[in-house]
Design a protein around this ligand. Sequence first.
Ligand code: DP6
Length: 360
Amino acid sequence: MTENDFVPAAYTHSIQEGFVTWKAPSNIALIKYWGKTGTQIPANPSISFTLDGCATTTTLKYRKMSLPNEAFSFEIWFEGSLKNAFKPKIETFFKRIETYLPFLKDYHITIETSNTFPHSSGIASSASGMAALALCLLDLEKQLYPAMDPLFFYKKASFIARLGSGSASRSIEGALVLWGAHQETRGSSDLYAIKYPYQVHKVFEDYNDTILLVEEGEKQVSSSVGHDLMQGHPYADRRFAQAHENISKLKDVFASGDLTEFIAIVESEALTLHAMMMTSRPYYLLMKPNTLSIIDTIWEFRRKSKTHVCFTLDAGANVHLLYPESEKEEVIQFIKDELVVYCENGHYICDGIGLGAQKM
Ligand code: DP6
């Protein structure tokens, strides 16, 4: 498919006003998206676990104007307060998607959004937030064109979410999702994410993710800046090739349930992501001393306990602990005994693999 396939033909129905609510989950990348070109085209393919508890709920209210607006007419409310600070980001998003959702200027739109996780937690809400908004917009489009194919609905929701935030493309469906063209993965595309199309061992069906909140609050360097720094980065080409290779290697791991190899790939991806930050110009560090203490403690515990707990990182200091359901009791005890001390205010969030967004 090409971008043109997402430009709609004429709508068949007319809608005056109404509202729709969608809840979309966050996701945690196993193979990291880091670097992009053009309009949100990833420099390499990525794979993520869709989460369950960490999510954004968004209600879109729409009222048709008697004449189409010159500009986008919208307001955004976050957890009950009007948030004009979010408007520029949404304005940029609307400009990018207008060709694909040409009804936008016909309506006055009110966006009401809230997260299940605390805003202060340092968990990025762009993936779940943009996914929930994209689904609400697609829902309105489906009312204007009820013949829309259900499979196309999810594909286009991911396409639209991607234009808001790359990782948001992976927050529409569950449980294991791939975004970005990968030669050995059928159906993969740079334009939208797909459900992982090959065999997945049952050990991964109920995998756990406990997020250790090392540093609450906003991170200092945004992901957008980080992606940009991959342009002209001395190791970029090798890194992009490595992501492709790691996705190929994961195919066997997902099929066999080989957790030792899973751990080796996932932890390497996390450290490589941060290595890219440390070796860009300007260079920077998002890990904190407690991030490193947690990693050391996990490695020590894994040696002693023979469990399969491992870590991954997103673009921040927090640590995601990944482990199979069969080891949950032992790992939760380990977190309480040895890791809570490294969490800001002792905070951590227990989550697990989820099945994707839901209409409310
Ligand atoms: C480190 O999706 O937040 O979490 O496309 O600029 O919105 P934009 O970036 P974003 O980047 C996520 C980067 C990451 C890795 C990942 O989720 O794959």
